[in-house]
Every structure is written in C-alpha cells, then in structure tokens.
Design a protein. Structure first.
Length: 164
C-alpha cells in the first residue's frame, strides 16, 4: 500500500481524488490531532514515504525556509516518490477586495491570496502568508527533484509535482 505523508494536514482529509493509501498526518499544531507533531521545516526521523501531499502550507513559511521544507520532503521520499504541493496561484492576482471566488471558508479576494484569509488570521496569526508563488517560482523551488511539473488550477490554485 502507498504510504503518504500529509504534511501540514490541519483538520483536512486527503482529497477525494487521492488513491487508496496509508495516510500519515503531520502538523505543527497538536490540536489538529496529527499522527506526528512536527514542523514542515524539520520532519525529524519519520521514515520513508511514497508520496508527500502538502496543500496550502508552503505559503505560510518564510521565503528563506521554502528550500528547507522542500529538502525535507525530498529527504523522506523513496526513490521515484512524488511530492504534490498546492499553493495559492498569484499569477494574475491583484491586491484588491474584489471577490475572486467563494470557498467553503467564505469569499476569497486577491488580498487574501497574498496575505492569508483575514478572517482566519484574526483568530490564528499563524495563518498569515509569508511568501507566494507563480508557476516559475514554484518550479524553481522544486528544482531539487529530478522531474518537476506545475499546473495552474481552478480557484487560483497552483499545483507543483516533484518526482525524486
């Protein structure tokens, strides 16, 4: 069975399109009840995985930490393993109050994509965004992998896949 590290899982399940797998949940917040409490910048001795899935987490670290996170994902992947990373797509975003789409958490504006959803930051300052990505910068961040793909998705999402 495929072993997947769900890095920065929060309280969210893996997406429904994900293959059947053994999910290992990792989060820095023990309140999310992860299997492993750790920062994505230092995963520790957690074993090897076939895949790493990380959705809307990378934008919460500082720019100088992005390479640490990606290096950690690369380190825990088996040869041939894949890292799947989803971040907000800032390619066409403008810093305005214009609603771009409505998520289950509420309306999302360009300002929310850039800085984090303000209603969430009020209760949890860790939800602030410290960096952002477009296709090229995400691909550049994944350059440690032997094969890299990025894809712009619906609702201002950007997916990067790195294959070890």
């Amino acid at each position: 069975m495929i072993r997947v590290l769900h890095a920065g899982c929060g309280r969210e399940p893996l997406p429904e399109w994900f293959p059947s797998c053994q999910e290992v949940r990792l989060d820095a917040n023990p309140g999310c009840e992860p299997d492993i409490v750790a920062s994505v910048t230092d995963l520790g001795d957690i074993g090897e995985f076939d895949m790493v899935y990380c959705s809307h987490v990378l934008e919460h670290v500082y720019p100088h930490e992005v390479h640490k996170v990606i290096a950690e994902f690369h380190r825990v992947l088996k040869t041939g393993g894949k890292a799947i990373i989803i971040v907000p797509d800032l390619e066409d975003a403008e810093a305005t109050e214009e609603v771009l789409y409505v998520s289950p958490a509420g309306p999302i504006t360009g300002l929310d994509l850039m800085y984090g959803m303000r209603s969430m930051i009020e209760d949890n300052p860790y939800m602030a965004h410290h960096c952002g990505f477009v296709s090229k910068t995400l691909a550049d961040s994944l350059s440690v992998f032997s094969e890299v793909h990025t894809k712009r998705m619906m609702f201002n999402n950007l997916m990067g896949v790195g294959i070890k």
